[in-house]
Design a protein around this ligand. Structure first.
Ligand code: DGY
Length: 326
């Protein structure tokens, strides 16, 4: 008998067809966060769920409404909204989509770094607003990237792809902060592992690409920002909650650091009354690290492969993030 699966994200038609062939598929079209009650109802008979990282926390309370759930496939690399202890109690497998989004996300982070350094959006707006009436004066100059020092917080797949771009393309000196050492980046890109405070003091650019965990929540506080150079630029392509956003807003306003480029925020979408929107030394993007046609297609396919493998076999499957559930 076919198993029941709830799909709660829009995915390419051919990938949706694969799900329809394999399962009794319930398609939940509105966002689970927007209509929690309807989503809860859809979960009652679900053996599996598949969709992209949502604001709703998948914890004991959520799982109490999904008594048959055996597998969850998130169309994202991050899975911080899943309570792994709650999944373990219920023996529920969780799979994610790493690898396929590595290069695209590294590209976006580098885009933010370059555009923030060279003030691309600000200068483009200047032209749009009819203010390019004479040669640009020094108050609009950007800052060099080539040969500068890049500090990377987190040396997973994406951290390594950023290090490659920085070393091979921009001859940057690379410092990194990570729980464990990575000899490959140390050898290939001469990256140097260091303590967080040392990295913050020395780096011209700091890129955050750590997973969100209790240890990394508000890792970057007012005190840490004060360690950075006044000329430094901070980029966050990981999760908003890793940086104390209010402290960052104040640091940018008071020129404690030069600028920031953010793809992620403590609350998403960013509320329109956010003080960040009043700053001109910040570049914002709406959580689009993996948002290219090719990468989003590959993520959807990977997540469909994951849920089919998990619900059609008891064997270990690829991209299984909590193998301890057995
Ligand atoms: C990811 O894949 O984790 C992206 O940040 C989307 O949530």
């Amino acid at each position: 008998m076919k198993k029941n699966v709830v799909l709660f994200s829009k995915i390419p038609v051919e990938q949706q067809k694969r799900l329809e062939q394999a399962f009794n598929l319930t398609i939940f079209t509105s966002s689970p966060d927007a209509d929690k009650d309807a989503f809860t109802k859809a979960l009652i008979n679900a053996d599996g769920i598949i969709g992209s990282n949502m604001a709703t926390r998948v914890d004991d309370i959520f799982l109490a409404n999904a008594p048959n759930l055996k597998a969850a496939s998130t169309i994202s690399v991050g899975f911080d909204n899943y309570d792994l202890a709650a999944l373990k109690k219920r023996g529920i497998r969780l799979m994610n989509t790493p690898t396929v989004l590595t290069e695209g996300t590294a590209d976006l982070i580098f885009t933010l770094l370059m555009a923030t350094a060279r003030r691309t959006v600000e200068l483009s707006n200047l032209i749009h607003n009819g203010k390019w009436t004479k040669s640009i004066t020094p108050d609009y100059y950007g800052t060099d990237i080539y040969g500068k020092t890049l500090g990377i917080l987190g040396m997973g797949r994406i951290g390594k792809a950023i290090a490659k771009r920085a070393h091979c393309g921009f001859d940057m000196n690379i410092l990194y902060y990570n729980r464990s050492a990575h000899q490959d980046v140390e050898q290939k890109y001469q990256a140097i592992r260091c303590e967080l405070d040392d990295l913050l003091k020395q780096a011209d650019f700091v890129v955050v690409i750590l997973p969100l965990t209790p240890e990394t929540t508000h890792l970057i506080t007012k005190k840490k920002l004060a360690l950075m150079k006044p000329s430094a630029i901070l980029i966050n392509g990981a999760r908003g909650k890793i940086i104390d956003q209010q402290a960052l807003g104040e640091a940018l306003k008071n020129k404690i650091i030069r600028a920031a480029g953010l793809d992620v925020f403590e609350v998403e979408p960013l509320p329109m009354d956010s003080p960040l929107l009043k700053l001109d030394n910040i570049l914002l993007s709406p959580h689009v690290g993996s948002a290219t046609t090719e990468t989003r297609y590959a993520m959807a396919k990977c997540a469909v492969d994951n849920i089919i493998a998990a619900l059609q076999s008891d064997k270990p499957t690829a991209n299984w993030v909590n193998p301890e559930v057995g």
